[in-house]
Design a protein. Sequence first.
Length: 275
Amino acid sequence: MFYSAFQMIAAGRTDVGRTRSRNEDSFHLNPDAGLAVVCDGMGGHAGGDIASRTAVEAIADFIQEFHPAEAAKTGTITPPDDDCTLSESHSVEPAVQNAVSVVRSAVQLANRRIHALNAERGFVEGRGMGTTVVGLWRVPGTGKLVAFHAGDSRLYRLRDGELRQVTRDHSLYQLWLDNGRRGTAPQRNIIVRALGTGEHVDPDITVLSILPDDLFLLCSDGLNGMVPDAALTRILSREPRPGPEESCIRLIDTANQAGGHDNITTIVSWFAPRA
């Protein structure tokens, strides 16, 4: 099978929620480029909305400058391997390795731009505005996605009716879970890795294989913080399958009905064989 025969069908929406006065989330979606990015800004009056918008623009512009033809020159199309983290991706084709480097550079560029804005405004290290990021990019000419994130915005994959969280939250609460739940549980929204709050950031990057009809959900924590995974699965796996736009609307409505305590941003995309 030639994996360039897949098409990305996607939609994205953002909503201020029921309790916030402004929306600090931003997203970028370009199905033709196979690119989706969600950012959840932090900082309130310090400019969380500016941070998230700066990040999505910097990342999208940088990645989309990477010419698809370059990927095609570096290796042949291969069938999908098992999913692998960056540290395990030494065996994947050169096009994917190049894409991983492009993604890392894009995220680090976004971090530097936000960090510079904080410095211009007189904020000390660790203060000012920042943003989480989660994204995916389909590597041109291959059956692979490069997934990347920093913070607690999430990427899920629905395959054969099973919803799997691909990313792992960079939060104090996740560290508490990892350490055996010892002591008092910290607040879930304390982030330990984000863009803009420090001079350097190292995003987690994972290479994913695409199979026909894989569905991916990218979201800020305004969704998964209000809607449990079981409910996400029910909404996304309804039959007949709803379109991405309908799924986004249902997801946001469900989060708002549960209280809508934060901004809510969703991108729903799935990969279908071209007709």
